[in-house]
Design a protein around this ligand. Structure first.
Ligand SMILES: Cc1cc2nc3c(=O)[nH]c(=O)nc-3n(C[C@H](O)[C@H](O)[C@H](O)COP(=O)(O)O)c2cc1C
Ligand SMILES: CCCCC(=O)C(=O)O
Length: 385
């Protein structure tokens, strides 16, 4: 039976993975409010389809910071893919390359950067700002040498948030899953949970540099010729400073609900970020994208591309490279179908008027007052406000 929805893949993965690994992947921080809100935000919006448009040949290819992509999808950076499949990131890279999507490799990848690069697809590297700046610098040099197309600095994690599922499970990495691109001394702590803290959280408290400020960015900016992307920006204020600091692109993200609980849903933050940066600074989004229609909504609200996290790990757990290809292929075909059925055959045509906020039921007077101007005309006829 072919897999028809991401939910089916999720169920396959859930059955296959040990409980604590499943919890590490699926879980969020705090009350998991932001985790739930991130997905729900997409369900609050609807598409406003236009009709009688020639949609014989919808096209969703694009170029992002000089990287050509077959679709506006990328794999969000995620640590330790070998937790869910023995080949880890090399299988993810194969599946992603076949789909022509972007792979953002995490700093805590569990396979060597150079092996991941050999799959040949478009790839960027994500990093955290470590106290050991020499380790960060070493990775940047390796990424450049291995043909990575951009560097993504994650800025929403001065420390890793408390994730209660992981604390309860005393989650720690198995001995055979490690961040192989870093010095073993830097990651040894991930293998040991202590009372009240997962191995991951404790490791990050030791290694992440919480003193990082905008002033430090120039060091990284000058260190690399690669475009620099900031991941984890949720406000217009920070977006403007980032552009002033020479950042080339932004990812609107709350880390998939894994960092600040009660943070604003990424989709809600997207319009203000897009409005406050120049056209030359692409804005990406991640968190809660579970279908091509979700992606269409994000693109219509100004995202240039959409990163997908957990679903890629479901595909990887289910069927390795093949499963990753299924996830990205499904999303691309759903997006193309959505574009065709909403009368937007090109990405350029997908704008804010393609989206409408679902009005509360009470705003639909019943019986309708035919001929009377509707009280709610402004919410139902003009796209998103
Ligand atoms: C298991 C897991 C590991 C992650 N590791 C990282 C990481 O190393 N660096 C990072 O910037 N974000 C990391 N993230 C966050 C993702 O990049 C992304 O922001 C989030 O998963 C998007 O939400 P989604 O899973 O709903 O698509 C991780 C997410 C998950 C689920
Ligand atoms: C130490 C970082 C762990 C990876 C991460 O960012 C996450 O689990 O969300």
């Amino acid at each position: 039976m072919p897999v028809l929805t991401l939910d089916e893949l999720r169920e396959h993965a859930r059955q296959r993975l040990p409980g604590p690994v499943w919890d590490f992947i699926e879980g969020g921080s705090g009350d998991e409010h932001t985790l739930r809100a991130g997905e729900a935000a997409y369900r609050e919006l609807c598409l406003r389809p236009r009709v009688l448009v020639d949609v014989a040949d919808p096209d969703c290819a694009l170029e992002l910071l000089g990287t050509p992509l077959a679709s506006p999808f990328g794999v969000a950076p995620m640590a330790y893919h070998r937790l869910v499949h023995p080949q880890g990131e090399t299988a993810t890279a194969e599946g992603t390359a076949r789909a022509g999507a972007l792979l953002v490799v995490g700093m805590f990848a569990s396979r060597p950067l150079e092996d991941i690069a050999s799959a040949g697809g478009p790839r960027w590297l994500q990093v955290y700002w470590l106290r050991r700046r020499d380790a960060l610098a070493g990775l940047v040099d390796r990424a450049e040498a291995a043909g990575f197309g951009a560097l993504m600095l994650t800025v929403d994690a001065p420390q890793v948030a408390r994730r209660r599922r992981d604390v309860r499970n005393a989650f720690a990495l198995p001995a055979d899953v490690t961040a192989v691109n870093l010095d073993p001394g830097l990651t040894e702590r991930t293998h040991r949970a202590t009372a009240g803290s997962s191995g991951i959280e404790a490791h990050a408290r030791e290694q992440f540099d919480p003193t990082l400020t905008w002033d430090d960015l120039s060091w990284l900016r000058e260190r690399t010729r690669l475009p620099l992307v900031l991941k984890g920006v949720l406000t217009a204020e920070d977006a403007r400073i980032a552009v002033e600091c020479g950042v080339d692109a932004l990812v609107v993200s709350n880390h998939g609900g894994r960092q600040l609980d009660r943070a604003v849903p990424a989709l809600q933050a997207l319009p203000e970020v897009v409005a406050s940066v120049p056209e030359s600074c692409p804005v990406l989004i991640d968190g809660g994208v579970r279908s091509g229609a979700d992606a269409a909504i994000a693109l219509a609200l100004g995202a240039r591309a959409v990163l997908v996290g957990r679903p890629v790990l479901w595909g990887l757990a289910h069927a390795g490279a093949e499963g990753v290809g299924q996830v990205l292929g499904l999303l691309r075909s759903e997006l193309l179908e959505t574009m065709a059925l909403s009368g937007c055959p090109s990405l350029a045509g997908l704008g804010p008027t393609a989206v409408s906020r679902r009005p509360p039921l009470r705003d639909h007077p019943w019986p309708p007052s035919h001929g009377e101007p509707s009280r709610t005309a402004s919410t139902t006829s003009g796209g998103l406000r």
